[in-house]
Each structure stands twice: as C-alpha cells, then as structure tokens.
Design a protein around this ligand. Structure first.
Ligand code: SF4
Length: 241
C-alpha cells in the first residue's frame, strides 16, 4: 500500500507541475490535475497529522521535560514555501503554534507584506519541536533526536523552496555544524533536491530594534534573500543543483 501511495504521490506531483493552460507538456485536463492533487493533499495532510500525534508523545530528548506542549508546525500542507526556524519560545510553547511572539509578528510581516501571500499559504516549523529552557539554542543531541521529524515534514510537503531562518536551521538542513548566517546567506544551498535560502532569524531583527542602522542593514539583507525566494516561486530563477 505504501509503495502504491508513493507512486500516486509521484504521479500527482508530475501532473501538478506540468498542468498549465498554455503548455501541452502532459495531456491531462486541469480538472484531472485538480482531482489527483486533491488525493495527494488529503494524503499529505493525514500523514502530517499522524506525525504530529507521534511528536506530541515524544520523549526522545531532555526538552520533553520542560515543555507545555509540542509545537509541530502550521500552514498549508501543500505549500511551495516552507520556513524552518530553530525551536519554540515561551509564547509558542504556550500556544502550540510556531512563530507567534514578537519574532512571529516579524515573520508574518515578511510573508504578508513582503511575499504578499497569506501566512496560511506557507508552512512554518522548527528544527526542534519542544521549547529549549530559557530560549537557549538547542544542543546537538537534541537536534539530532528531533530532526527526523522535520525531515519527514519536508518529505511529505515537498516544497519548491525552503527558507532557513537562522544558524540552527541552516546547520540542520545543510549539515554544517558551524553554520553562520552571514557566510551562508546571499546564495543558494540544497536540502536534497530542494533549494534553500538562508537568512537571519526574525528574532535577530527584533533584537536590533534599538539600533536603527543595524536594523536597517539586517532588514535589507533579509529582503534581498526573500526577493530571491520570490523569484524561485515565480519560476524566474530556477537555481541549478
Ligand atoms: S524536542 Fe523533539 S526529540 Fe526532543 S522530546 Fe521534543 S519532539 Fe522529541
């Protein structure tokens, strides 16, 4: 059954990519494409739901002891764009939703005012699903324990592009233990066959709010990275692996 579903998923993906009113690359109507897409959408949503329930009971690392609840991810399960952050903060731990504090408002502004799509149209998640105490960075063993969940999320959603928010997400996705945003941003990287753009975590922007020059500089860099993401979403910049 799993193998059958995998074939269906691959066919759906192929059809979704090629069904276009002005292209004759593949001979299916848009109605058939929509039908096949709906099959996959429902399967993806249901598998993500199953994974979310598994994560909710996870005790694979020490972070499970301090959490109020796990913070799995939110948004469109067929999103073309996935944002990956570091881990939940206090407000996220309380609400069970990623990026809902000050940094979350900043990210929402980037999505809705910058990319000009609704927050619900993208998918947002973190490397670790439980709150690190005192908002410290997740430790390597905690990331190693939790990252298989992120990888399964990405495998199910299969976005067109990933935006890694901050060094922890970049380190996890690009397998670079010493990742530094300043060195990685401004160019394309790859997670399997998916292009990855690294940019500053919104909390970095929030921390610069009392230093206007630094804030302006960081905002300009984030906006340059987001513009590159938009170009890929628009099919204007297909980066080569
Ligand atoms: S952080 Fe991840 S691996 Fe650790 S307990 Fe939470 S869900 Fe499990």
């Amino acid at each position: 059954m799993d193998q059958f579903q995998a074939i269906i998923n691959d066919v759906c993906e192929l059809v979704r990519r090629h069904a276009h009113p002005r292209r004759n690359t593949i001979a299916v109507s848009q109605e058939v494409a929509a039908l096949l897409d709906a099959i996959k959408t429902s399967d993806t949503a249901s598998r993500l739901d199953d994974l979310s329930k598994q994560v909710a009971g996870c005790t694979k690392c020490e972070l499970s002891k301090g959490r109020t609840q796990t913070v799995f991810g939110t948004g469109n399960t067929r999103a073309e764009l996935v944002f990956v952050g570091e881990g939940p903060g206090a407000e996220e731990d309380r609400q069970g939703i990623p990026f809902v504090g000050d940094a979350g408002q900043m990210l929402t502004s980037i999505i809705e005012r910058g990319i000009k799509v609704k927050r619900e149209d993208v998918y947002i998640c973190n490397v670790v699903k439980c709150r690190p105490p005192g908002n410290r960075n997740p430790k390597p063993d905690e990331m190693a324990a939790c990252e298989p969940y992120l990888f399964q999320q990405l495998e199910l959603i299969r976005p067109k592009v990933i935006c890694a928010l901050g060094a922890t997400a970049a380190s996890c996705l690009l397998r670079l233990p010493e990742a530094r945003v300043g060195q990685l941003r401004g160019k394309w990287h790859w997670y399997k066959d998916i292009p990855v753009r690294v940019t500053y975590h919104p909390s970095y922007l929030v921390r610069q709010k009392n230093e206007p020059d630094k804030l302006q500089d960081a905002k300009a860099k984030v906006w340059a990275d987001i513009r590159a993401v938009i170009r890929v979403l628009n099919g204007e910049e297909p980066p080569e692996p």
